[in-house]
Every structure is written in C-alpha cells, then in structure tokens.
Design a protein. Structure first.
Length: 390
C-alpha cells in the first residue's frame, strides 16, 4: 500500500461532509463569502437612475456600500511534490500576490529562516516516509525561498533552528542545500558565535515570560521568516508558524530536568494547558515574524511527531504564506478543516487554550476569517480535513 494513501476510516470528516457542515460554524463564513472561499453569487447591481421629471434631475438611487478592505492577506499555493522548479514558481506567484518582497528585502538584508525541524534522527528508521515528508519542513521549500530572497537582494540568509539532535541538518538534507546556495546553518540551542545567550525582552504584553535568553544572531536580523509544517498538536491543536517559534529557545535553558531533551519547562502539568499557548505569544512578541510560510505539501496528520501513535502521512499538496502570521495560521487551520476561532476546549483546541484567539486578542494579528483576504486557490478548493491527535 502507498503510505500516503489512507483508508477513509482514518479521516475525521470527509471533504464532502465537511462542506455540507460549512455553515454551522465560523468556518462556514470562510466557505460562503467572507473573501476566503466565495459563495459564487454576485452582488446585486445598483438600482437604475430615475428619469428626470418636471424639468428636474432625479437623485440617483443609493448604491451598496463597498466591502471593507481585508485586514490581512494570505496566499494559498498548490504543489504536488517538492520538485524544485515547480515549488519555486508557485512560491514566487504567492509572494507576488502578497505585494512582492520589494518593501521587505532591502539590498544586503540579513534574513533568518526558521524551519520546523522537531524530533531526532533516530526515529527515522521506523517512519513510513522520510521525516521531511511527515513532521519536518522540507529543505526544498527552504531552498526555493532562499533563492527568491537572494535574487531579491538579500545579502545573507541563515537557516536557524534549536536542534534536539545535532545530526538533523546533515541527515535531513539541509547541509547539502545550504552549501549549494552559500547559506549559514545555526543551531539555536548553542549561543555560538557568542559565548552566552542574549536577553530578548517580551515587552509590557508578556504573559508568562517577561524575557527569554536566546542566540544573539536573532537580534541581528532584518527579516525573520517562520517556515512551519502543517500538523496537529496534542496541546496547541495545530502547530504552524506561531508555534514554530518554540524552537528558537535553547533546550538547556528551558527544561525542568537535565536529562530532558525538550523544552519541558514550557509545558503545564495540568491536563488542559494554559501555559504553552501563552508562551507561544511571548516568543512571538520577543522575536516577531515578518513572513510566515507553511509547508503542507507532504506532512502528517494525527500528531506532531512519531511520539504520537496516531501519526500517519498525508498529501494535502498545499502551501500558505502571509505577512500576518496569525492570519496565515488561521487560513492553514481552515484548510485542515478547523475553525481558527473555535472556543478553547473544542476541536482542535482540546488540550489547551486556542493560541490563535489569544494572539488576536493581544493584537499580534487576526484569526477572524471575515477579516482575511485570500489570493490564489480558495480554501474550499484545497480543503483537506485533518485527523486530530488522539
């Protein structure tokens, strides 16, 4: 059996059934005319102007008020594989539809790209497909993005991640990719090239941490890009561009016990986690994202990593990009079949508070589908309901 072809018994809701239910929640707005899905109906034409009578000019009938401009724009793209040329062409189209990179990438700009490289390489032998087609951002997508950035005038591009396994860059194709383009690779779990980690204040809106100690290179960037993987998560419901910033924190400073190979100090001990969602916000306040890109070409559903027993490979064939990372995550969540404004405690936000809603409330961006305009394919065109973490 093709590991990317799944029995329908695994699917939480079929696409057809999901569309039938589209009007039952906030996601129904997205699928029926708030600028994300389109209802297929045209607005009524303006009323005809009355004819002049008694030598007087009649007043034209009022026309309908134009819809307000969207608060954020998000681009959706499609890719059947990680073939380099097709990936770059689609990504260029998406970025151009968002206004291009001219106002973001200045000549000589220093750019940091943060992929999602969660896990360890020792899991690889037991996986049905490579890690980069299941749980980790694929290097081909980072390569396509880096090429576009360099062509736009970026002076230096650094790929950075807080690695739980120092072999990840080499085993998952990043060393070869970086060498080809002349990119730097930085493990954010080390302070190098500095001797110590540097303080990053969160600011007055902090929730849990008022500052973090992180690799000092994160301060020196002109542009910071989060390239997440489209997945579900037991605690946060979805893990996309915002949650991806968990990986900028050095494991050695943010774990409860010396033997922990994860950021265990970030997690709550309660069954319903109110801590992790707020730390996601704090990290995004300390190191804001300028561009969010989400890899949903080949990924996994039912989990965030091989430690989730229900994880299985799927092929959504989709990419999402936006300057507002909250909006980009909201659209990605909608593609996955979830309402990004769903109340905490409801799917997919069963294990913790809805961090997308919290981010909206704190002014980091919008998770309100009615405030987001989508370019390219619409959500209903690429809808791919995901199975949540069991």
């Amino acid at each position: 059996m093709n590991p990317l072809r799944k029995s329908t018994s695994y699917r939480r809701l079929s696409r057809r059934d999901f569309l039938k239910l589209g009007g039952l929640s906030g996601l129904g707005l997205l699928l029926s005319g708030c600028g994300l899905g389109g209802s297929g109906t045209e607005p009524a034409p303006p009323a005809a102007t009355a004819e002049a009578t008694s030598g007087l000019i009649a007043t034209p009938a009022p026309t309908s008020t134009p819809a307000p401009a969207p608060r954020a724009r998000v681009a959706i793209g499609q890719a059947r594989s990680y073939a380099p040329q097709g990936l770059r062409t689609e990504l260029e189209r998406m970025l151009e539809s968002l206004g291009g990179l001219g106002d973001l990438v200045r000549p000589g700009a220093r750019v940091g790209i943060k992929p999602n490289l969660t896990g360890e390489t020792w899991w690889d032998t037991g996986l049905p497909v490579p890690s980069t087609e299941l749980v980790a951002t694929h290097p081909a997508l980072v390569q396509a993005l880096a090429e576009i950035l360099l062509d736009a005038g970026a002076g230096k591009v650094t790929v950075m991640e807080g690695l739980g396994d120092p072999l990840i860059f080499s085993r998952w194709g990043y060393v070869e990719m970086a060498k080809e383009l002349g990119l730097d690779l930085v493990d954010l779990c080390s302070p190098a090239p500095y001797l110590q980690f540097k303080p990053f204040p969160v600011g007055p809106k902090f929730n849990i941490y008022d500052s973090f100690y992180l690799n000092g290179l994160l301060k020196e960037l002109d542009i910071f890009i989060s390239v997440g993987k489209m997945k579900c998560h037991a605690t946060t419901g979805v893990t996309l561009s915002l949650k991806n910033l968990f990986g900028i924190a050095p494991i050695s400073l943010y774990r409860r016990h010396a033997e922990d190979n994860n950021r265990s100090a970030f997690h709550d001990t309660a069954a319903f986690d109110r801590r992790v969602p707020r730390i996601i916000l704090d990290l995004n306040l300390a190191r804001p994202i300028h561009l969010a890109l989400i890899d949903g070409v080949l990924t996994g559903e039912g989990g965030a990593g091989p430690w989730d027993a229900g994880l299985s490979p799927v092929r959504p064939g989709v990419l999402v990009a936006g300057r507002d990372p909250v909006a980009a995550d909201a659209v990605a969540a909608a593609i996955m079949g979830f309402d990004p404004a769903a109340p905490s405690g409801s799917p997919p936000f069963i294990g913790g508070e809805n961090h997308l809603a919290l981010a909206h409330d704190q002014g980091l961006g919008t998770n309100q589908l009615s405030e987001i305009g989508v370019t390219g394919p619409q959500v209903r065109d690429v809808l791919f309901p995901f199975k949540t973490v069991e």
